[in-house]
Design a protein around this ligand. Structure first.
Ligand code: TRP
Length: 456
């Protein structure tokens, strides 16, 4: 086993917040959140989502960070340290498996952003295309037997190059460059979008509070919670891992709140960027998963400075995705480094190669190839998302709540959170939430997703 010095740690609280916010802010915010909100009642969904971030997301985030910082280990080693000779380490192993599973399909979608960046640069959207033409471009990209896999490989390579550099000189340094660029680009795009003619209609759609969709279908509420967990990178130990690199004198409550706040704020700003642009071009905001890849390209030709808007938009998506794939890879790498004694270098290359092999079926499954034709609409990619991104994460989130709330115990977790001398405000409330509210809520969404009613 490696000691703290050779595992590395964040060089500053700011560095940790940027890296953890980078993990949290991803395709989940810019791709999934807007289309899920768009399909599920706009403003009402957003309100429920905000409530879940506060009531479930932040408590679970604190639980993961406390376990990570107390043990300074990857998820498997963390459970093993706090609960030796028990079955708890298996929960960590589920997390590591989710790392492989999620990284494999996430990097495929991330690869599409590179492809679209290229299309935008080469002026493919400049003269204006209608939605049929845009759909055809998307289909020809995802159905190609070569490009989705190649772009995914490029994305995994970029991820590996960062993670290879280690915690502070790889991940933290990359986050300190990428996240500020991301914020500036997002702000530029949001301003461009909000100043377009017709922007008001988009805002009205995004913020229009209509609870009827929620009342008619409780699955929507489950989707809001599932989306909140995914967006905050919870349930597989990513925050155990990132928390394990936190110096002992860091203020954990403030760090956790900053990460949750920035992730949520970015999701909202992403909505402010996307819906006004769609309204301007008269595009249906309920387009579903095709929103950023099919609906958005149709508006670049229709707006002033659309080509630049398009390029910046896909660069933005790629950056958001990269800081997230970094955290997914880091969870797996930390396991092999801590528990198996591999060097970081060896772990990074072997794991990335394995992830690529697992990613190939996802990359190729959305095409017309008959091999996958009996799968549902999302293809193998959708199946991986269901197993690891939905089942896996809910199991992991339920487990960490039970572990911290009932097994390791709130007093010890609280002592760890407050060990730097910074009090956790409303600690009794946190205790009540992790012990009772979070596990029950997560169990409910597990039921909803298993019965096919929640879908985020
Ligand atoms: N939170 C990221 C997003 O919103 C995805 C992500 C990165 C993730 N690491 C994770 C999700 C760990 C769950 C667990 O896109």
């Amino acid at each position: 086993m490696n000691d703290t010095a050779s595992r590395g740690q964040w060089s500053s609280r700011f560095g940790f917040i940027l890296a953890a916010a980078g993990s949290a802010i991803g395709l989940g915010n810019i791709w999934r959140f807007p289309y899920t909100a768009g399909q599920n009642g706009g403003g009402a969904f957003v309100l429920v989502y905000l409530f879940f971030v506060a009531a479930i997301g932040i408590p679970v985030l604190l639980a993961e960070l406390s376990v990570g910082r107390a043990t300074r280990r990857n998820p498997v080693g963390a459970y093993r340290t706090l609960a030796p000779r028990s079955r708890w380490p298996w929960l960590g192993a589920v997390g590591v498996a989710c790392g492989f599973g999620i990284l494999s399909f996430y990097s495929v979608v991330a690869g599409w952003t590179l492809g679209y960046g290229y299309y935008a640069v080469s002026g493919r959207f400049a003269d204006g295309i209608d939605s049929a033409a845009s759909g055809a471009i998307f289909n020809s990209l995802v159905a190609s037997p070569l490009w989705p896999a190649l772009l995914c490989a490029v994305f995994l390579l970029l991820t590996a190059l960062v993670v290879r550099g280690g915690v502070s000189s790889g991940i933290e340094r990359a986050s300190k460059i990428l996240m500020p660029v991301f914020f500036v680009l997002l702000l530029l795009l949001a301003i461009r979008s909000l100043t377009l003619e017709g922007a008001g209609d988009g805002l009205r759609f995004f913020f229009h509070v209509d609870f009827s969709a929620l009342v008619a279908d409780p699955g929507v509420i489950g989707s809001a919670l599932g989306q909140a967990l995914f967006s905050l990178s919870l349930g597989m130990g990513a925050m155990i891992t990132y928390g394990s690199y936190l110096p002992k004198d860091e203020n954990v409550p403030v760090s956790a709140a900053s990460v949750a706040f920035s992730d949520t704020a970015i999701a909202i700003v992403a909505g402010l960027m996307i819906f006004p642009a769609l309204a301007h071009a008269g595009v249906d905001p309920q387009a579903g998963p095709g929103l950023v890849f099919v609906a958005m390209p149709t508006i670049f030709g229709a707006m002033p400075a659309g080509t630049i808007f398009g390029i910046v938009f896909y660069v933005l998506l790629a950056i958001a995705a990269l800081t997230s794939t970094i955290s997914l890879l880091e969870v797996i790498v930390s396991y092999f480094v801590d528990e198996r004694g591999w060097t970081r270098e060896k772990a990074v290359w072997i794991i990335s190669a394995i992830c690529f092999v697992i990613a190939v079926p996802s990359a190729l499954s959305l095409g017309a190839s008959s091999f996958f034709s009996n799968l549902p609409a999302g293809g193998f990619l959708g199946l991986m998302d269901l197993i690891f991104g939905k089942y896996g994460l809910t199991i992991g989130a339920f487990g960490i709540c039970v572990f911290v709330g009932w097994f390791w115990g709130v007093p010890k977790a609280l002592a760890e959170i407050e060990s730097s001398g910074h009090r956790l405000p409303a600690a009794p409330l946190w205790s009540f939430l992790v012990r009772w509210v979070c596990p029950v809520a997560v169990l409910l969404i597990f039921g909803l997703v298993v019965t096919g009613r929640a879908n985020w």
